[in-house]
Design a binder for this molecule. Structure first.
Ligand SMILES: [Zn+2]
Length: 379
């Protein structure tokens, strides 16, 4: 497999809608989804090809064995695990706030010991620890930094066509990502078509994404690296994770029964179908057993979900809504049969999990080293 790095810059404000709970405020996502990126390139391909969804089109856009498009995150940042905690009053890494710690090892230890005193309650300033008010972070030379793209809110008044005046109470607002900001991610592509895909995408310098494409919104300029060999992270992550977890448990006086553990962190939203139109709300041991033959038990985790929609290019109609477990969700498992687990996990990480991987869903990190930051650090 090859990896092509993608860099995108918002030339115009960008509104990729997040599901709204009201009809007067339309919030936007803080990133560009793989679905939107893939859709923009599919649109260009079809336009140039007389709307003919030929075999090449199917390889480029509909088959994750050939191409996995990916979401683009602000400045190439990573999603913050939902197990991260930060000061409620002065949130953020030490560069801008009172620091961030990860609580996955605390959660596993509490589950195994039945104790409830392992997760620290309060920051040293006295304020409570809480989930972070930001979704992404960057690794910097001297630690971590919050990655928060700039957004603004625009308000409009709906016009009543009959009276040609503004309708009472029809003020609505929508949120947009500001222009001039850089987002980055990648496309994973099979060796045999990496070069031809690169030629196609490089012939495109700008795409239109999101809402309001005819109203001066959503223009994004794009550039790409040459295809390079894709190396997923090493199998050592699994060993490192267990070493660090046991080190942590020791400091807390918790016994872990000498079993092995692993975690799955979602780097992008993931859709795990249970049966047609029925979805898993978490990565479960049942899912891992049925799909990968891993015998394990879910011991801890934190997750969120969201409803996603999409476009079915095969049949040219909207897709049924699906349930996605959102990026940043974390699940920890206790291994019950050690046989071949490290190799299986490496494969899962390489290939991703669940449905719609061609759209960028299902990217994961196994035993992510972020979980080793169980104490608030200075950096
Ligand atoms: Zn604090």
């Amino acid at each position: 497999m090859k990896i092509i790095e993608v860099t995108a810059k918002t030339e115009y404000p960008l509104l990729i809608a997040r599901e709204s709970t009201t009809d007067y405020f339309y919030p936007c996502l803080d990133y560009m989804t793989g679905t939107a990126i893939r859709g923009a390139f599919a649109y260009i391909y079809l336009n140039r090809n007389n709307n003919n969804a030929d075999e090449v089109f199917k390889k480029y856009f509909l088959n994750s064995a050939y191409v996995k498009w990916g979401g683009l995150y602000y400045q190439g940042s990573l999603p913050l695990p939902l197990t991260a905690r930060t000061c409620k009053i002065t949130p953020g890494f030490a560069s801008s706030g009172h620091g961030v710690l990860d609580t996955l090892f605390h959660l596993i230890s509490e589950e195994k010991s039945g104790r409830f005193d392992i997760i620290p309650d309060d920051c040293s300033c006295g304020a409570a620890y809480d989930r972070a008010p930001f979704e992404f972070f960057n690794q910097t030379n001297n630690g971590f930094a919050v990655a928060l793209p700039k957004k603004r809110i625009t308000s409009k008044v709906a016009i009543d066509r009959e009276t040609e005046s503004s309708r009472a109470g029809a003020l609505y607002s929508y949120e947009m990502l500001n222009e001039g900001q850089t987002f980055a991610g990648n496309i994973l592509v099979s060796d045999d078509i990496a070069n031809e895909l690169k030629i196609f995408i490089s012939s495109v310098t700008a795409i239109r994404l999101g809402r309001g494409r005819t109203r001066g919104l959503g223009k994004v300029s794009v550039s790409f690296s040459a295809p390079a060999e894709y190396n997923s992270a090493s199998a050592n992550k699994y060993e490192d994770f267990n070493k660090k977890l046991y080190e942590f448990a020791n400091t807390k006086g918790v016994k872990l029964d000498a079993n092995k553990y692993f975690s799955i962190l979602l780097l992008s939203d993931s859709v795990l179908e249970k049966s047609p139109k029925e979805y898993f709300q978490a990565v479960t041991s049942e899912y891992l057993k049925d799909n990968y033959g891993i015998n394990c038990k879910l011991v801890a985790g934190e997750s969120n979900k969201r409803i996603i929609s999409g476009w079915d290019y095969q049949n040219n109609r909207p897709k049924d809504n699906a349930l996605a477990i959102t990026k940043g969700s974390v699940f920890a498992f206790e291994v019950q049969d050690e046989n071949g687990v490290a190799e299986k996990l490496k494969k899962i990480e390489e290939n991703g999990i669940g449905e719609r991987r061609e759209e960028g869903f299902g990217r994961i990190s196994v035993c992510d080293p972020f979980h080793f930051h169980w104490e608030v650090r200075n950096a």
